[in-house]
Design a protein around this ligand. Structure first.
Ligand SMILES: Nc1nc2c(ncn2[C@@H]2O[C@H](COP(=O)(O)OP(=O)(O)OP(=O)(O)O)[C@@H](O)[C@H]2O)c(=O)[nH]1
Ligand SMILES: [Zn+2]
Length: 198
């Protein structure tokens, strides 16, 4: 069972968050993280972003995906409106950074993001969103507004005891390097993305 191993306030460029580390034991060096904006009201539907780790995009500003900009936008939104970011340590849709870089190498040869995973003998998406549900339940979230374009994340909430109140879109304009990735998200995974941002 996940437990809150430690928590603290963290001032950020966007404002102050309460940061909590969730793992099954305190020796886990890659705990999942909850970032809670100070003005979050748990008696109302809570704004929530469930975000998967992307070291290339978030730390190193890769242009191959929009993860870094999505995380920044989500942090800003939660500061302005209250809310929680659930940051899951499921790098590369949970294939890990080594496999993600192998997938990128195949993408350089012309495969799309899904084909590259399959070529490596890995699922297109290997994430477990049940972890996010467990964390939200421990945080006492009863109803939420989910910030996502991913229909699977919406379904996972609808299948849980937490009430799905609404969706908050989180669309980032594409660039030359991310266009293919975003198109595959839309065509293969059914992401709710507008054409004008392709
Ligand atoms: N395997 C693989 N993973 C990638 C690739 N590009 C980005 N990722 C990973 O995709 C994940 C994106 O997660 P999220 O930001 O939660 O996005 P999402 O599930 O598409 O849904 P949204 O909520 O709409 O953003 C991260 O774990 C990235 O590391 C890629 O080319 N291959
Ligand atoms: Zn990314």
């Amino acid at each position: 069972m996940l437990q809150i191993q430690a928590e603290s306030n963290v001032p950020t460029d966007f404002g102050e968050f309460r940061m909590m580390a969730f793992s099954e034991n305190e020796k886990d060096w890659m705990p999942h993280i909850a970032l809670i904006a100070k003005n979050t009201d748990l008696s109302q539907p809570v704004n929530v972003r469930i975000h998967s780790e992307c070291i290339t995009g978030e730390v190193f500003h890769s242009q191959k995906c929009e993860c870094g900009q999505q995380l920044n936008s989500a942090m800003q939104y939660m500061q302005e409106n209250g809310g929680i970011i659930i940051y899951l340590r499921q790098e590369g849709r949970n294939i890990g950074i080594i496999n993600k870089l192998k997938a990128y190498a195949l993408q350089e040869k012309g495969l799309d993001t899904v084909q590259a995973n399959l070529e490596l003998g890995l699922p297109a998406d290997d994430r477990d969103f049940g972890i996010a549900i467990e964390m939200l339940e421990q945080l006492n979230v009863k109803s939420l507004n989910l910030m996502t374009n991913n229909p699977e994340k919406i379904q996972i909430i609808k299948d849980s005891k937490i009430q799905f109140n609404s969706r908050i879109p989180l669309q980032i304009k594409s660039n030359d390097s991310s266009l293919g990735y975003l198109k595959t998200k839309k065509s293969y995974f059914g992401h709710l993305l507008d054409d004008e941002n392709d």
